[in-house]
Design a protein. Structure first.
Length: 385
């Protein structure tokens, strides 16, 4: 028998025999399940620290592992903040969806409505929905290094020429989602970072989530590490705030996942905005492309999830537009990965099962290991019911 399963079964037997409350027994079972999935991944990849948050029927459980920094040896704690990388994009589209629900913009609007300098340019004809689904017509993964000012950014988009017709191919890219955040902020008449930190994060009940970590919280900002082991933290760049700049804790992120499952009481318009980010717009094989979120029919196989969260998905892929768009469903696995040079993250949830997971690490490590750990944990939980 697999050693991991022995650990899980042993912990389960112990917890069911202890005369404690149901909550305490569940906590023990969940920790055993988490330990069995996470510790081998940490050992395999030399990850200094991780935080895992698991949501089950509206109750959140946080498990911390290792250290925030190899230099200080300070243990990962509930206050520890990690870089989210591209999971930040899910907040960007939440803000965009909120602007849509409140009438500040429409996803069917074209970019030129908010960027008048794009009139007569190919980029001006791109719909906002395509910017939020990686289907605008083809962008590089990153904004070119030479683009450093707002003027240079507008010149970049003005000179852009699509490689494909909008809505025919998926090309995962930071420039498109980044400029969607930029446009959303323009439609709302405020700075993007201010909208996130002063409006969206507080409205979601997130108390330790930032784009710019304040000095008072820098001690809680984990040190990241590249795959080579060198220390690294992200360096702000053009559109980084909109595309990959959020830092957060496991407890804040699992609350965000709960909100995405409708398990957190929120303002009605914000709730609707979150729900709308789960609309399915494009068929990408086994995966359906929502607004940034990626969803799969449930139950999904581990092979399907690993294949569709691999580096192969960074290539240009033909897609089929869903007309009309697929309404949000409960019988799906919804997920998103995120990486920076020094951090690796993964979030997933299954609305039908009312379970979700957040895995944050202060080292960049393969997506396949993140997905397999999350799959093992959520599968163990749902199969035990």
């Amino acid at each position: 028998m697999n050693r991991n399963w022995i650990k899980i079964l042993s912990a389960t037997l112990v917890s069911t025999c202890i005369a404690t409350s149901g909550f305490a027994a569940d906590e023990m079972k969940l920790k055993a399940i988490s330990d069995a999935a996470v510790k081998p991944i940490m050992d395999k990849n030399g990850i200094p620290g991780m935080a895992v948050a698991i949501a089950v029927d509206g109750e959140d459980h946080i498990f911390n592992y290792g250290v925030e920094s190899k230099d200080t040896g300070r243990p990962v704690s509930p206050a520890t903040m990690f870089e989210l990388g591209s999971i930040s994009k899910t907040f960007t589209v939440t803000l965009t969806s909120y602007a849509d629900v409140t009438g500040r913009l429409s996803l069917s609007d074209k970019a030129r409505k908010y960027l008048p300098s794009m009139k007569g340019r190919p980029f001006g004809d791109v719909e906002l929905m395509n910017l939020g689904t990686h289907t605008a017509g083809g962008f590089p993964l990153q904004v070119p290094d030479e683009v450093k000012t707002e003027k240079q950014l507008m010149e970049y988009f003005a000179s852009w020429k699509p490689s494909y017709a909008a809505g025919t191919h998926r090309t995962y890219a930071n420039p498109s989602i980044g400029v969607l955040g930029y446009i959303t902020a323009k439609s709302m008449g405020k700075d993007f970072t201010a909208l996130m930190e002063d409006q969206l994060f507080p409205s979601l009940g997130l108390t330790s989530t930032y784009i710019n970590v304040p000095k008072s919280r820098m001690a809680d900002y984990a040190q990241g590490y590249k795959r080579s082991g060198e220390p690294a933290r992200m360096t702000p760049a053009t559109l980084s705030s909109e595309a990959y700049g959020v830092k957060s804790t496991a407890s804040d992120m699992i609350r965000f996942i709960d909100a995405n499952m409708g398990l957190v009481k929120l303002d009605g318009k914000l709730h609707q905005a979150i729900t709308n980010t789960h609309m399915g717009y494009f068929d990408v094989g086994a995966m359906t492309q929502d607004l940034i979120w990626e969803q799969y029919s449930y139950p999904a196989t581990l092979t399907t999830l690993m294949d569709n969260n691999s580096s192969a998905m960074l290539k240009t892929i033909p897609v089929k537009q869903l007309t009309p768009a697929m309404h949000p469903r409960d019988d799906v696995w919804i997920n998103k990965t995120g990486s920076t040079n020094g951090f690796g993250a993964y979030v997933a949830f299954i609305p039908k099962e009312r379970v979700g997971i957040v895995i944050l690490a202060n080292k960049n490590y393969p997506n396949e290991d993140r997905v397999s750990a999350a799959y093992q944990i959520l599968t163990d939980i749902t199969s035990a019911r």
